[in-house]
Ligand binder design. Structure first.
Ligand SMILES: Nc1ncnc2c1ncn2[C@@H]1O[C@H](COP(=O)(O)OP(=O)(O)O)[C@@H](O)[C@H]1O
Ligand SMILES: [Mg+2]
Length: 208
């Protein structure tokens, strides 16, 4: 179980604290959704959980063990908003091999299968895939690190309607293997799924 207790974050560059007294619990088996309008601090929250940002007060624990930023970077896989903009590989195979030089073709195919990409030509440039396929590839890249916690920033943004639901169904399938936390400004897409919900409001999380 991932637990955040009374997280307070006020960067010196901001007039007001972005997160204050923020508490959250997230576990396998049920996706956790954090909703909030643009500018409410959703991306900041993911940066803090994944160890990319620090915070001034509070505690982040994994099964009751307090984790520092480095440990959180190991624990978490973060899928950025519009992750396909950050593809670096010249081919799907290369994209998967970034940071995993010795990855075999079998391991690549296994990672792609987990995200529902089957019979994909590994030599294709990632940019030649459809929007939904690119989003799946970005998720596969994170799954290769076997993160215990998968964090997704607006995973449905910018996709066609039918593809949005395909991505949500994929995440619903992955939820038993890892803890999944999604931040989104379109929570209504998840209403038919059994999720734990929070609203980010004034830097705090309100359950429900
Ligand atoms: N390092 C920072 N310094 C100053 N302001 C910041 C910093 N990081 C984020 N903010 C501000 O905090 C607010 C929340 O940003 P963000 O986490 O990107 O929100 P969201 O993802 O919900 O749109 C925004 O007003 C943003 O401008
Ligand atoms: Mg954001």
């Amino acid at each position: 179980m991932l637990s955040l207790k009374n997280i307070y974050y006020h960067p010196s560059t901001a007039e007001e604290p972005i997160l204050r007294d923020l508490c959250l619990k997230s576990n396998n088996g049920k996706i956790t959704i954090v909703r909030g309008p643009s500018g409410s601090g959703k991306t900041t929250l993911l940066e803090i959980i994944s160890g990319l940002s620090g915070y001034q007060k509070g505690e982040i624990t994994w099964f009751s063990k307090t984790l520092n930023a480095r440990q959180r970077r190991w624990l978490c896989g973060l899928v950025f908003q519009f992750p396909e903009r950050y593809f670096l590989g010249l081919s799907v195979a290369q994209e998967l091999r970034l940071g995993h030089k010795k990855l075999t073709t079998e391991q690549q195919i296994s990672a792609l299968t987990k995200v529902g990409l089957i019979n994909l030509d590994l030599k294709k440039p990632p940019e030649s895939l459809s929007g939904g396929q690119q989003r799946r590839l970005a998720i596969a890249v994170q799954l290769l690190r076997s993160p215990k916690v998968l964090l997704l920033d607006e995973p449905t943004a910018g996709l066609d309607w039918s593809v949005r639901y395909e991505i949500i169904e994929l995440l619903a399938k992955l939820k038993d293997k890892q803890t999944i936390l999604i931040v989104t400004h379109e929570p209504e897409l998840f209403k038919n799924f059994n999720t734990d919900n929070y609203e980010l409001h004034n830097g705090q999380l309100i359950p429900g």
